[in-house]
Ligand binder design. Structure first.
Ligand SMILES: NC(=O)c1ccc[n+]([C@@H]2O[C@H](COP(=O)([O-])OP(=O)(O)OC[C@H]3O[C@@H](n4cnc5c(N)ncnc54)[C@H](OP(=O)(O)O)[C@@H]3O)[C@@H](O)[C@H]2O)c1
Length: 380
């Protein structure tokens, strides 16, 4: 029986974690073309925090979240949480009853239309509509993809959510990364970075991770060719040369920005004669700062191609779901927190220590024993 009310963590406005309120709300009903999903795990994204704090300006001085379609779509109260794993418990009009019981993973986008190869106004469940920090959520049936793989726990499945993996894949496809190319990945230990390392290997490219030295072993095990410490910028290009045998990086996947991006460009342009393609820079994040000072002359004289990346397309999400089903992508799950403990999870995420790699998942308290407890963090 589906209860008429459920527990949810409701975002009540832009601001600090006190804007997240754990409360009882009506259980949603699936509309036409939708499935009702009982949430078993939802991965946390840095995007949740930035949206909560209103840190997505496209003009100086703005405090806002996404509004690419012309107006803000983060309207309060809102239930955040984009990367949802769970089970279908009811279907709306036009959806086959046989889907009830299916375990799946959400393609988190709110697409503007049915186009499969372009997504011009990125928005997502947990932002423009309610998401997974709740016991139930209503989602479009064609975006809740069946992933039955018994070797993957629900928490691990959520850790492979599209907010990280689809963004990472779109960074790779935008820059037209090819087999054999050397690719620099910044923010390598995070959700998008760990996805990028794996995706570079899937397409046959060679990922060089920029991270901290204490995460090097884990990143090498994940597939990085070498790990470059991000602390000493002056020696960065020399260290790249040492790692690549003197060859320039073909393309950079930048999640960090700030003062590091200029050094990343250096790593592509130090020997233009040895290149066979233009230097390419895919940008999807700004964990190290939202402003980078770069000479335009450097960009156009060295013909650096820059790609801004937000989310990705339907066909990219479907490709990723296939790779997950075939066991070609691995979850990188750091640990689980109870939904009622989300404030603690947010603080832990912001102050994470040296052993942190990949994703945190949030599990409804009613699902905790089965889906969260095996991944609970000691000493969190
Ligand atoms: N465009 C999109 O559609 C999209 C989608 C998802 C995420 N994002 C953005 O992409 C970025 C990465 O997302 P994520 O989910 O992977 O975040 P994450 O899990 O928080 O990882 C970010 C990583 O960046 C590195 N980092 C953090 N602060 C840094 C600093 N001050 N200087 C240099 N490196 C720093 C750290 O890696 P190391 O310790 O390994 O260096 C950290 O693990 C964020 O800015 C996020 O908002 C964008």
């Amino acid at each position: 029986m589906i209860p008429s009310t459920m527990k949810a963590m409701v975002l009540t406005g832009h601001g600090d974690i006190d804007k997240l309120v754990y409360q009882e709300v009506p259980t949603p009903e699936p509309g036409a073309g939708e499935v009702l999903v009982q949430v078993t795990a939802t991965a946390k994204n840095n995007t949740d925090r930035k949206a909560r704090e209103g840190l997505y300006p496209t003009k100086k001085g703005e405090m806002t979240s996404f509004q690419m379609g012309g107006k803000p779509t983060l309207i309060f109260p809102r239930i955040q949480g984009a990367d949802i794993a769970g089970r279908v418990v009811a279907v709306g009009e036009g959806v086959d009853q046989s889907r009830i019981g299916e375990r799946g993973l959400l393609d988190f986008n709110i697409y503007a239309d049915q186009r499969r190869d372009i997504n011009l106004t990125p928005d997502y469940y947990g932002h423009g509509a309610d998401g997974g920090y709740a016991e139930y959520v209503a989602l479009p049936s064609d975006q809740f993809h069946r992933i039955s793989n018994p070797e993957l726990a629900d928490a691990e499945l959520a850790a492979m959510g599209m907010c990280s993996y689809q963004t990472a894949y779109h960074m790779v496809t935008s820059a037209k990364v090819k087999a054999g190319e050397r690719v620099l990945v910044s923010g390598a230990s995070g959700g998008v970075g760990t996805a990028l390392i794996q995706l570079c290997r899937i397409v046959g490219a060679i990922p060089y991770a920029v991270s901290k030295q204490d995460k090097a072993d884990a990143l090498l095990e994940l597939g990085a060719e070498a790990v470059l410490d991000r602390s000493d910028l002056d020696s960065f290009v020399d260290r790249v040369k040492a790692a690549t045998g003197g060859k320039p990086i073909d393309a950079v996947m930048d999640l960090v920005g700030g003062e590091m991006t200029d050094r990343f460009i250096d790593s592509m342009i130090f020997d233009m004669n040895s290149r066979s393609t233009y230097p390419r820079l895919s940008i999807a994040g700004a964990s190290g700062g939202n402003i980078s000072e770069i000479l335009w002359t450097r960009i156009y004289l060295y013909q650096v191609q820059i790609f801004g990346v937000s989310h990705g397309t339907r066909e990219e999400a479907e490709q990723l779901m296939t790779w997950i089903r075939h066991g070609q992508l691995k979850p990188v799950l750091h640990g689980a927190f109870k939904l009622s403990d989300l404030h603690h999870a947010e603080t832990y995420f912001m102050n994470r220590g040296s052993n942190y790699l990949g994703k945190i998942v949030i599990v409804p308290d009613s699902q905790w024993n089965e889906h969260g407890k095996p991944f609970a963090l000691e000493n969190a």
